[in-house]
Design a protein around this ligand. Structure first.
Ligand SMILES: O=C(O)[C@H](O)COP(=O)(O)O
Ligand SMILES: [Mn+2]
Ligand SMILES: [Mn+2]
Length: 557
């Protein structure tokens, strides 16, 4: 025990043994919803997940994965991978970025902090650039926060503002980009009426421009850099509304709009980033901002040719990576997610293996560990990343790398070198986001097959499994009325839901190593993802720290 009285040592669980291999499977985007034709999990052949459900209520139950259960501002906020994996790994509910930014804007404290003061230095002679996702999805950013920030910056001396938009269609309906751009244009017109030179300068679809993650494809960041910093893009328009409408008319959807720049009457880009400017990336969520943050902040950078590296003052809405301290300047302090279950378990001798493919690799490592990259103890941990397919939308290959992930997990389990083998299976989520129902059904089947491989390996070593999910997605692919009826668009077609949902997610426990008498308690009906960490610690033979959310299991004699 240190001088502060803190100790990493976990108490022994009074009834549960140590030394069992525990497989922890997170099905990304796998919620529980009404069984109809838009529920791809229901339609797909998923015999393994179906059989686990038969273990209810003792070995299968639902947990909350959205809203306040995962630290989001309201119960209308759907879950997402960041908050879901943070809760799963940390065992407690932290007020998340969305909420912290809301509070900082409402109190005005955002303008008193070191981050805002740092960028403010540029307001007298430079331009303030705001780069981020333009929607009200609430997963990575929110339009109302951008609106408040624009107003606040204008009131505090910003004279020239350029907004570099990324269209969404993934956390919100495809096609909604036009309305968001129109709203922003109206706001900017009001700001201009106050004598501030404010305009949209560039744009592009989030999946094609800027918002890549986990270094899957640096070309995505480069496209953004060229448009935002260099003022160069294959498409040039006089207005952003015109740009989005014209590019959509070519068949591109909101997620994949090609990059464009806004030009003046002489054809010159209206807002490249130059020496003396300030830049803010206004997304609060971390994963898809780390790469652009590196490109804007690092002097030593070899991921693509930046051509021109302006001397700017750059701040993130939040600090996106606590370990890398990236970016160095930020407007709002991120939640301090410390003492995660991963760190505790490593300190208590639990050897851990974690694996996913690139697009979700950081979910079971970085997010799981409280937005911290790297190992706690490389002697005790091994993290394996399987390269994702690059340059395709995942409906083209809906099996993704599920089987490869399961093979790695199987080998790790059978090697008996690890006590915890943790994976994320991305299919339901990544294919669900494409809005392609047929492909999502295939994706769900693939994920189920991967679960089977992992459960079979657990069977062989006498281990324990925990199968759960981080939030819903594939279980509902249609936008619905309040009464649950599918909504039609003006042409009479159903409105495809590409986003996550508000649904709860399943959690199942089992395996030959599960001590007799272990079952889900009945007195945690509101249990959520944050209750899973204590549960897993118990299955490793430990009591959870007293400030963790309570365990979901009990042992009856
Ligand atoms: O970033 C994304 O892909 C979506 O906005 C949210 O999906 P995720 O939370 O499952 O990553
Ligand atoms: Mn997810
Ligand atoms: Mn998702």
């Amino acid at each position: 025990m240190g001088s502060s009285g803190f100790s990493w040592k976990l108490a022994d669980h009074p009834k549960l043994p140590k030394g069992k291999t525990v497989a922890l499977v997170v099905l990304d985007g796998w919620g529980e919803a009404k069984a109809d034709q838009y529920n791809c999990i229901h339609i797909a052949e998923t015999p393994v997940m179906d059989s686990l459900k038969k273990g209810a209520p003792e070995k299968w139950r639902l947990v909350r994965a959205h809203g306040t259960a995962v630290g989001l501002p309201t119960e209308d906020d759907m879950g997402n991978s960041e908050v879901g994996h943070n809760a799963l790994g940390a065992g407690r509910i932290f007020a998340q970025g969305a909420k912290l930014v809301d509070l900082a804007l409402a109190s005005g404290k955002i303008y008193d902090g070191p981050g805002f003061n740092y960028i403010k230095e540029c307001f007298a002679s430079g331009t303030l650039h705001l780069i981020g996702l333009l929607s009200d999805g609430g997963v990575h950013s929110r339009l109302d926060q951008l609106q408040l920030l624009l107003k606040g910056a204008g009131e505090r001396g910003a004279k020239r503002i350029r907004v570099h938009i990324l269209t969404d269609g993934r956390d919100v309906l495809d096609g909604s980009s036009v309305g968001f751009v129109e709203t922003l244009e109206n706001d900017l017109a009001e700001i201009r009426a106050k004598g501030i030179d404010a305009q949209i300068a560039s744009g592009g679809g989030r999946m094609y421009v800027t918002m890549d993650r986990y270094e899957n494809d640096w070309n995505v960041i480069k496209r953004g850099w060229d448009a935002q910093v260099l003022g160069e893009a294959p498409h040039k328009f006089k207005s952003a509304v015109e740009a989005v409408k014209a590019l959509r008319a070519t068949g591109a959807n909101d997620q994949y709009l090609p990059p464009f720049v806004i030009v003046d009457d002489s054809g010159k880009a209206v807002g490249p980033i130059v020496d003396g400017d300030a830049v803010v990336t206004f997304n609060f969520r971390a994963d898809r901002m780390v790469m652009i943050a590196k490109s804007l902040e690092y002097a030593d950078f070899d991921k693509f040719d930046r051509v021109r590296v302006p001397k700017i003052r750059y701040a993130g809405m939040l600090q996106y990576d606590g370990e890398l301290k990236l970016p160095s300047n930020y407007l709002v302090s991120p939640p301090e997610i410390e003492r995660t279950s991963g760190e505790y378990l490593v300190h208590n001798g639990v050897r851990t293996f974690a694996c996913s493919e690139t697009v979700k690799f950081g979910h079971v490592t970085f997010f799981w560990n409280g937005n911290r990259s790297g190992y706690f103890n490389p002697e005790m941990e091994e993290y394996v990343e399987i390269p994702s397919d690059v340059g395709i939308t995942f409906n083209v290959k809906p099996n993704m790398k599920a089987i490869e992930i399961a093979e790695k997990a199987r080998d790790a389990i059978l090697s008996r070198k690890f006590d915890q083998v943790r994976v994320n299976l991305p299919n339901g989520d990544m294919v669900g986001h494409t809005g392609d129902i047929e492909a999502t059904i295939v994706a769900c089947k693939a994920a189920d097959q991967a679960v089977k491989m992992i459960l079979d390996a657990i069977e062989q070593v006498g281990g324990i499994f925990v199968v759960t999910a981080d939030h819903g997605n594939a279980e509902d692919m249609v936008k619905r009325s309040k009464s649950g009826q599918p909504l039609l668009d003006k042409n009479g077609n159903i409105q495809i839901l590409t986003s996550h949902t508000l649904e709860p997610v399943p959690i199942a426990i089992g395996g030959p190593g599960l001590a007799p008498g272990v079952r889900f308690r009945k007195d945690v009906p509101q249990g959520g993802l944050a209750n899973v960490a204590a549960t897993v610690m118990n299955l490793h033979g430990f009591e959870a720290p007293s400030d963790y959310e309570q365990t979901l299991i009990e042992v009856v004699d």
